[in-house]
Write a protein that binds this ligand. Structure first.
Ligand SMILES: Cc1cc2nc3c(=O)[nH]c(=O)nc-3n(C[C@H](O)[C@H](O)[C@H](O)COP(=O)(O)OP(=O)(O)OC[C@H]3O[C@@H](n4cnc5c(N)ncnc54)[C@H](O)[C@@H]3O)c2cc1C
Length: 414
């Protein structure tokens, strides 16, 4: 052990929504938590996401359908899915795994695993919503999947049938019913599917801060510094050379987590799916609930901080500058669906979704050290799955029986 190292019970590297939720759950088990984050509370993906508890999103991105659409999308450098040409070689191994994960056998396995995790997420969210500081941040006003044509609606039917199998409530709507749910849609949108139980947060950053407030009230500590190194024995070295030692180290560093995992010998093929959005003033449109434009890969959410339009997937790594033309493209597309939308005075943002090729997160102990635990790679569903992940991690640390089969999330599965 390093002499003079500061001793801690649990160190959590990364104070995004996943790290914060785990901190709260571990405190309920009597653990003392220290969060370490170089940017502070929820300043990366957890800051500016679309704010949905997407509990009906059981389908992995790696799907037979996406492999059919991808070539067309990839030809358009500003389309819903793009790869920067100079990143093509770096991303190739990830894409090979992604391709394999889209085959019917693995696809089906991923759906079953994702559904089980989302069921746990729904139960944990119900429980957490009973806490006043969390309950007052979540709305259950449903979401609308919109279709531009009958053909698009017909293409979606299979996914709704599969959701039915997993007990997800929805109803197809059109005409007056649709207008009531969302006035002001372009006449080209004739049909939609309404998911009544879809929930959204008032604002993702405010939501994360509420969890941090609870953690802080329970004597949780935040060290605002970068982590340079971790080792199998639970030693953590900060960027300024400070040495810490913990009984357990949890790596929840979002899209940067694989770099720390590699230091203890765990090679995990994490990539970042960069996403873009614009937040418009609240009076930009009379938006009643989240709208989902599935075939265009973006959503629109009413938040307490404004109206957020965002989505898209760009593979360009962690270093490349944002290309905000993507945010503009999304806004222009939305305008074609909502003619009365006011597009002025928006603020643009780009975030790094931490993603694994099979669309499932890595949650569980390192294969090389039971002191190190991972919880990252939630892709498009980090907010949705934050409490489920925290439940699993707290059960791992307390050596309790898990409530679901956690083998599909094993960090050593690659
Ligand atoms: C456009 C967009 C829309 C989205 N919409 C939704 C949605 O509607 N619903 C949903 O469920 N999910 C959504 N997501 C995904 C969701 O935002 C992420 O899955 C989630 O925020 C990931 O949380 P995290 O805590 O793992 O990572 P992050 O929030 O990225 O946090 C990781 C933290 O680790 C810190 N860190 C990294 N390395 C180090 C280091 N070495 N030392 C110290 N600190 C470090 C970072 O500073 C950061 O604060 C969306 C994402 C994007 C980009």
């Amino acid at each position: 052990m390093i002499k003079n190292a500061q001793k801690h019970d649990v160190i959590i590297v990364g104070a995004g929504i996943i790290g914060l939720s785990i901190a709260h759950y571990l405190q309920q088990d009597g653990r003392a938590v220290t969060l370490i984050d170089r940017k502070g509370v929820a300043q990366e993906a957890s800051f500016g996401n679309a704010g949905a508890f997407a509990l009906a999103d059981i389908f992995p991105l790696a799907s037979p359908g996406i492999m059919l659409k991808a070539p067309k999308w990839l030809l358009d450098p500003l389309g819903p899915l793009s790869i920067r040409p100079n990143y093509l070689l770096n991303i190739a191994p990830f894409l090979m795994r992604f391709f394999r994960a889209s085959w019917p056998d693995q696809y089906r396995r991923s759906i079953v695993a994702q559904s089980a995790l989302l069921e746990l997420a729904a139960n944990e969210l119900d429980r957490m919503r009973k806490l006043p500081n969390i309950g007052n941040q979540v709305r259950e006003d449903g979401a609308l999947h919109l279709y531009e044509s009958d053909a698009e609606f017909e293409r979606s039917r299979g996914t709704w049938k599969a959701r039915e199998e997993f007990g997800i409530e929805f109803r197809h709507v059109e005409g007056f019913d649709l207008q009531q749910l969302q006035p002001g849609l372009s006449p080209k949108i004739k049909r939609a599917t309404f998911i009544p139980k879809w929930q959204t947060v008032n604002d993702p950053f405010e939501f994360a801060k509420s969890i941090w407030n609870m953690v802080q009230a329970d004597k949780g500590v935040l060290i605002e510094k970068g982590v340079k190194h971790i080792n199998k024995g639970g030693a953590v070295t900060l960027d300024d050379g400070t040495e810490l030692i913990a009984n357990n180290v949890i790596v929840t560093a979002g899209a940067w987590s694989h770099k720390l995992a590699a230091q203890v010998g765990d090679r995990i093929p994490l990539e970042s799916e960069r996403g873009y959005n614009t937040t418009l003033p609240a009076d930009a449109f009379d938006l009643r609930r989240q709208l989902i434009f599935g075939e265009h890969g973006f959503v629109m959410t009413p938040l307490s901080t404004g109206i957020r339009v965002g989505g898209a997937v760009e593979f360009a790594g962690l270093e490349a500058e944002p290309n905000y033309k993507r945010s503009e493209i999304l806004l222009n597309k939305v305008k074609s669906f909502l003619p009365d939308l006011k597009m002025e005075n928006g603020s643009q943002w780009m975030g790094f979704r931490p993603s694994l090729p099979d669309t499932l997160p890595a949650i569980g102990a390192s294969k090389n050290s039971d002191k190190i635990c991972y919880a990252f790679g939630h892709g498009h569903l980090g907010l949705t799955q934050c409490f489920a992940t925290a439940k699993i991690v707290s059960d791992v640390l307390a050596k309790r029986q898990q409530q679901l089969d956690v083998s599909p999330f094993n960090p050593a599965r690659f």
